[in-house]
Design a protein around this ligand. Sequence first.
Ligand code: SF4
Length: 331
Amino acid sequence: MVMARVLIETCDIRKVFSAGGRVPFARKKGRVKAVDGVSFEIFPGKTLGLVGESGCGKTTVANMVLKLERPTSGVINYHGADISGFKGEDIRKYRHALQAVFQDPFASLNPRMRVGSIVSEPLTVQKHQSKNAIKERVDELLDIVGLRPEHARRFPHEFSGGQRQRIAIARALSTNPELIVLDEPVSALDVSIQAQILNLLIDLQQEFGLTYLLIAHDLAVVQYACDTIAVMYLGKITEMCSSADFLKRPLHPYTHTLLGSVPVPDPAVDIKRIELEGEPPSPWNLPTGCRFHPRCAHAEAQCKNDEPVLQEIAPDHMAACHVVSRTNGLD
Ligand code: SF4
């Protein structure tokens, strides 16, 4: 079997924020490891989901992939090339190849710009398309996302939340991107609209061969839309596997607790329901050993001292847990 070439690869990326620097409203001095050694691959035409509680580092990972934040260490490769070495034309091409759709369609669209200008802005920056060509492209993009050409003359406040997210998707599509980062793309929408937007994104992926990095805290969303799911906890990936394995064969205790709070409409799926106790530890004062040990029902003495390594437990199924490794004959 010939493997598709990797589109984006992160290799052991870390991001440390210093208090008084870029940590908003920081009252403490010190450093926070927002992302601590994250590695994954995103293949063309596929969707990788990053899921975890708020503050686990998933949005910081997305910002590093988008080149909005620079990793403190580690490498991000795009088609095998290290993006930290990009300059001038390479950066311009990279910014066109990667687009983003953000959580809040009320905040992410400029309220003073008409929809036509919002959608065409990435094209007008390129300065090599005529006004007529840009207008035709805007009409085409609005049609693709289920809006009408006359909507181009209106302002964002004249649209519902779902329609605004369609505008944001049209804008993201304008440069024919290879990868779109979807940062909580439906969490600000009514439940009835969420499915419409998710189905639109899936249809667009099939039609245009798009690749997605989907950031979400809602397990139902990632399970529905992703090929591969990576679970993050306090800056680290704790489990990574296919979407099917994620639901049917979760391994890591943290994944079990996440899934335990979600109704599963499939009697064949046996999820051991485990209550997640306590608050996540402070990122200023991370637990020793396994970061999940203060909340883990399976914690052992080793868990308090030794940090588990993310390793392949089954084909294409990785987890970072001493107990899971040992019960599978690996520790
Ligand atoms: Fe729980 Fe120990 Fe596994 Fe961490 S390493 S998830 S504390 S069993």
